[in-house]
Design a protein around this ligand. Structure first.
Ligand code: NAP
Length: 285
C-alpha cells in the first residue's frame, strides 16, 4: 500500500476560489474584506511569509493593507497603530508577523488586537473560545490541518489522534480541534519517553515538532492518516517535514507532503478567517 497524497495546493485552490466568490459578494454590498499585515524589522523569512499573505489576499479579492516598519519601532508606537486599525471599519483582520524585535512584547501586541479582528486566533480570548467550544477564530495552521483531514472523507469520531508538539500556535489548538471532532486525543512532547508507543496506536498522527525524521514508518499504524506540519531542511538543503516520507508513505493510508501539504493551507485559512470576520460585520451592518 502507498498512502494517498493529501494535496494541500489543490485543496487550497478550491477553498480560495470559494473565498474569492464570497469576497466578491461582500464587496458588491460595500463590505470588501480587508486584512492589515504588519511587519516590523528585516527578518528575511518573515518578509517572504508576509509577501505570500499579501499576494494571496490580492488573488482572492481581499483588500490588504501592508505596513512595514523599521526594527527600531517602539512598542508604544506599534500598539498605537493597532488601536487605529481596531477602529478602522474597512479592516476586518489584523496580523502582526512574528517574531518581533526583542524590545517589543509579543503577548502585549497580540492582546492589543481586537478579538473580532484576531484572524490569527492567537489571543488568550480566542484560545479560550476554542477551549470552551465557542465560535471564534481558530489558529490558521491547525484549522488548515483539520480541513486536510476532512478532505480524506474519514470521520474522526471515535478515532485515536496523536499530536506531536504542544505549542500554543499549533500543537495545543490542534489537539482541541481534534477533540471537538470527537477524536480521542493524546498529546506528545519532548518529555514523552516513548513516542513510538503512542503513535503506533494512532489512527491520525499530526507531527508539529520542527525536527526532521521525528516520525518514521515503524512508528505508524498501518492505514493511519499522517499530517506533517514541520518545516525543516534536509542535508541537501531541501525543504522537508517532521515525517520521514519515504518510510511512512508505504504504511499510512493518507499523508501530506512537504512542501505542498499544510503550508498552503495556513495562508488559505487566514483568508477564510478574514472573510468570516467581514461577513460577521456585514451581517451586523
Ligand atoms: P515549537 O513552538 O518549537 O514547538 C515544538 C513542539 O515539539 C514542542 O511542544 C516540543 O516539546 C515538541 N518536541 C520537540 N522535540 C520533540 C521530540 N523529540 N519528541 C516529541 N516532541 C518534541 O514549534 P511550532 O511553532 O509548534 O512549529 C512546529 C513545526 O511546524 C516547525 O517546524 C514549524 O516551522 C512548523 N510550522 C509550520 C507551519 C506551516 O504553515 N506549515 C506553521 C507553523 C509551524 P516541548 O513543549 O516539550 O518543548
Amino acid at each position: 500500500m502507498t498512502a494517498q497524497v493529501i494535496d494541500g495546493n489543490a485543496l487550497s485552490r478550491q477553498l480560495r476560489a470559494e473565498v474569492a466568490q464570497r469576497a466578491a459578494a461582500l464587496t458588491s454590498r460595500g463590505h470588501q474584506p480587508g486584512l492589515a499585515v504588519i511587519l516590523v524589522g528585516e527578518d528575511p523569512a518573515s518578509a517572504v511569509y508576509v509577501r505570500n499573505k499579501v499576494k494571496a489576499c490580492e488573488d482572492s479579492g481581499v483588500r490588504s493593507v501592508f505596513e512595514k516598519y523599521d526594527a527600531s519601532l517602539t512598542e508604544a508606537a506599534l500598539l498605537e497603530r493597532i488601536a487605529a486599525l481596531n477602529a478602522d471599519p474597512t479592516i476586518h483582520g489584523i496580523l502582526v508577523q512574528m517574531p518581533l524585535p526583542k524590545h517589543i512584547d509579543p503577548h502585549k501586541v497580540i492582546e492589543a488586537i481586537a478579538t473580532t479582528k484576531d484572524v490569527d486566533g492567537y489571543s488568550v480570548l480566542s484560545a479560550g473560545e476554542l477551549m470552551a467550544g465557542l465560535e471564534g477564530f481558530r489558529p490558521c495552521t491547525p484549522y488548515g490541518c483539520m480541513k486536510l483531514i476532512e478532505s480524506t472523507g474519514v470521520s474522526l469520531k471515535g478515532k485515536h489522534a496523536v499530536v506531536i508538539g504542544r505549542s500554543n500556535t499549533v500543537g495545543k489548538p490542534m489537539a482541541l480541534l481534534l477533540l471537538q471532532a470527537n477524536a480521542t486525543v493524546t498529546i506528545c512532547h519532548s518529555g514523552t519517553p516513548d513516542l513510538g508507543y503512542h503513535t503506533r496506536q494512532a489512527d491520525v498522527v499530526v507531527a508539529a515538532v520542527g525536527r526532521r525524521n521525528t516520525l518514521t514508518g515503524d512508528m505508524v499504524k498501518p492505514g493511519a492518516i499522517v499530517i506533517d506540519v514541520g518545516i525543516n531542511r534536509n542535508d541537501e538543503g531541501k525543504l522537508c517535514g517532521d515525517v520521514d516520507y519515504a518510510s511512512v508513505s508505504p504504511v499510512a493510508s493518507h499523508i501530506t507532503p512537504v512542501p505542498g501539504g499544510v503550508g498552503p493551507m495556513t495562508i488559505t485559512m487566514l483568508l477564510v478567517n478574514t472573510l468570516e470576520a467581514a461577513e460577521r460585520v456585514a451581517g451586523q451592518a
